[in-house]
Design a protein. Sequence first.
Length: 303
Amino acid sequence: MHQIARLLVAALLFLPFGAAMSAVPATRDPAVTDPVRDAAHPTANKQLLVPSGGVGMNAVFLLASGEARKPTLILMHGLPGNERNLDLAQAVRRAGWNVLTFTYRGAWGSPGAFSIAHAIEDANAAVDYLRQPEVAAKYRVDPKRIVLGGHSMGAFAAAEAAASRDDLKGLLLIDAWNAGLDGQPVRDDPRKRAALVAGFDDLGNSLVGASAESLADEVVNSPAGWDLRTLAPRLAKQRVFLMWADHGIAEQNQALVKSLKAAGASKLTTAHLPSDHAFSDHRIALSRAVIAWLDGLVEPAAH
């Protein structure tokens, strides 16, 4: 079997270029199919330092090809960020979007101290950075078409930031963690604190200035606004895509959907997949769903 596979690969390598291209489907699926290279303005990866709280957060900006200004997705990782969703970022870029990814202050080598509150500030800082005229011009960003999104805690931070803004094209929430809601059982019964601390069991050496104990304290002592359901009136007028995992934290996400609908959300899109919190076995399906929603937001670029 391995010999047959090697022979097939060798045969494809020696096909004329035109013949190889003819095998590409007429309708390209950016979730799994590469674009044709733009020689004048190719795709590129740029390492950046995004300013927040007086330091520069490590960032990688995936730039889509083409000369025109692009819609841009800011995609934030969860806590601590073992799953970065970089495959999703690449798929979104193949669909014609720039994608900015970064690590929060105090996470994965970014300077500063990590906290959940800082992550919310970092989300706002990333949007403000892309809206700077010189940054938008340099990286071909259309500041009128910026979508803020995240996974898990990244979705929590994105929602908190978006609730205080009116300059976003949309809000992408992927199996959003409701941090304030998770603190409620401990507020009702302090004996449950140990279970909350134990839940932060995958931090490794990823965070500076934070521990399972400090994160638990932050969640338990969080302001009322950290319950995402309280943000529903402010998010109801925004374009929101909420994707949850059936085997993740579906209940929290469904409760948020209920609150958004009760607040009169008219631009809300929801979907779910039969997967775990990391969408481990539905990565392509996740990419296709996100790209389909983003495609619905696209309008002519600013000039």
